[in-house]
Design a protein around this ligand. Sequence first.
Ligand SMILES: NC(=O)C1=CN([C@@H]2O[C@H](COP(=O)(O)OP(=O)(O)OC[C@H]3O[C@@H](n4cnc5c(N)ncnc54)[C@H](O)[C@@H]3O)[C@@H](O)[C@H]2O)C=CC1
Ligand SMILES: O=C([O-])CC(=O)C(=O)O
Length: 320
Amino acid sequence: MVKAVVLGAAGGIGQPLALLLKANPAVTALGLYDIVNTPGVAADLSHISTPAKVEGYLPPDDGLAKTLKGADIVVIPAGVPRKPGINAGIVRDLATGIAKHSPKAFVLVISNPVNSTVPIVAEVFKKHGVFDPKRLFGVTTLDVVRASTFVGEITKSDPTGVVVPVVGGHSGVTIVPLLSQSSHPLPSSFSATDLDALINRIQFGGDEVVKAKDGAGSATLSMAYAGAEFASKVVRAVKGEQGIVAPTFVHLDAAAKKTLGVELDFFSAKVELGSRGVKTILPLGELTDKEKGLIAAAVPELKTSIEKGERFITESTQKL
Ligand SMILES: NC(=O)C1=CN([C@@H]2O[C@H](COP(=O)(O)OP(=O)(O)OC[C@H]3O[C@@H](n4cnc5c(N)ncnc54)[C@H](O)[C@@H]3O)[C@@H](O)[C@H]2O)C=CC1
Ligand SMILES: O=C([O-])CC(=O)C(=O)O
């Protein structure tokens, strides 16, 4: 039995993500929460002939508590795209709800900026005494999905089989694709300029979509796919499947900092997932000088974003 919950379920990401979770036969219950439209989205999805029982709630009458009751996995795409500052409070309030109503759930944060919203969730959980770093994940899978797609195009391969680790964080230069570790090596004709262009395309893939949507938002469908992929990996690992590895933005303890060689509280690393969430944070592996330079460039921005998120909670006088 797996109950999955989507917070922000009526949004551009939330709706297709809820659809993909409803289509996942391992999901037996699906709870949907948003400040608008969730009863309609839930009614619509409930007609799909897969096992998950769907319920949708709005804020009145303890809707958040009802949605979260019994949740095993909570995915958060709530918020506003590309409006800095607003999502911090939204994520803080939803994290408070999770701390109170489903503190044992695996929590997957999609809401941007991931480099700050994940530390926000961690600080809220700490305040409530329920922080388990093994169960909190920032979803950076879209960067991995984009890297696979673009490398698939270049190497003329089916992108579903292309594996490219992407580490660091989820915004601009904090996104570090480890192309030297791609399952499908780049052709020998690929020049340094080509490599720079590919790295840039992966790091700023979000801008490509924002520009093409021309005022109608940011990536939603590819993000829903990526979010459902990562959620599915967590569910499979929790059910006992071994050897599932995915990059995700997680909390680093002293040992993990040493393994990765970064002095940061959070980092997107290759993580082996297990029945209790994070099983092992894997080393970065052999890096080219170029990749070492990309990591060095990512660290200061990551540090600032992480500290910003942490301070948003620790220096806030508001009662949670
Ligand atoms: N991690 C990643 O790779 C990516 C993250 N994102 C981020 O995901 C977030 C959502 O993006 P979209 O779905 O396109 O936005 P959207 O505006 O289409 O949907 C957001 C939904 O959140 C809901 N919401 C707002 N406040 C809420 C609250 N307090 N409680 C529950 N629901 C609430 C809204 O009503 C709306 O339905 C944004 O922050 C965006 O930047 C987007 C793409 C990729
Ligand atoms: O760029 C954005 O605003 C949304 C996002 O995180 C992405 O597409 O990777």
